[in-house]
Design a binder for this molecule. Sequence first.
Ligand code: RB5
Length: 150
Amino acid sequence: MKLGIAADHGGYDLKEQIKKHVEAKGIEIIDYGTHSLESVDYPDYAYKLTTAVLGKEVDLGIAICGTGVGISIACNKVEGIRAAHCTDSFTARATRQHNDANIICLGGRITGIEIAKDIIDNFLESSFDGGRHQNRINKITAIEKGEYNV
Ligand code: RB5
């Protein structure tokens, strides 16, 4: 598995810590920035990461801003992206199983590193259940494409 990670300045510190955690597990992770605490715009980093996920440069993404909200909104504007803002491990696991989330979003000013590690581990160790959930994903895709008529 190969991961991508991106953050704005509000998520920079947590990004650096999560990278170490993921690398220690032997998982390759590509860093799409930002690379300092200088103020930047989170949509720029959402766009870089979503492009990498959709282009299959990475299998899954981790997106971080101050709250996790702005960057999740930006990621979810991209067709084919299902970005889940998580503050707990149960949601991180369920969003892979039920929503086939391809990006997890965290708040660098909200979630501490120990909780973040557990959230990331649950996300990475889970997979999509399919079945009835696939039908729901199909409806999300139809909404994205303007083809929803159910
Ligand atoms: C940046 O100050 C902050 O607005 C951003 O990191 C994020 O929290 C937005 O949702």
